[in-house]
Ligand binder design. Sequence first.
Ligand code: FES
Length: 83
Amino acid sequence: MMTAVGHGIPGIVAECGGSAMCATCHVYVDPASIGFLPPISDVEDEMLASAAGERREHSRLGCQLALAPGVDQLIMHIPERQV
Ligand code: FES
């Protein structure tokens, strides 16, 4: 989320600033990248239920995703709407 906001990527609103309280950073993680991410937490799982865009198998909150050491790219897609 911070990377997207910092680079002006459209479609990542991030209203709560990364507190897992708004779901406006919802992303669809490409299956090729899902193995590089930490498991989803209960809080993230609950918040995704209120996301404006359709929830899918690899839906995540962008603000809860941190790059692990040695991973230099993740592929994500942005829902058609966030609010
Ligand atoms: S920025 Fe609000 S839930 Fe991610």
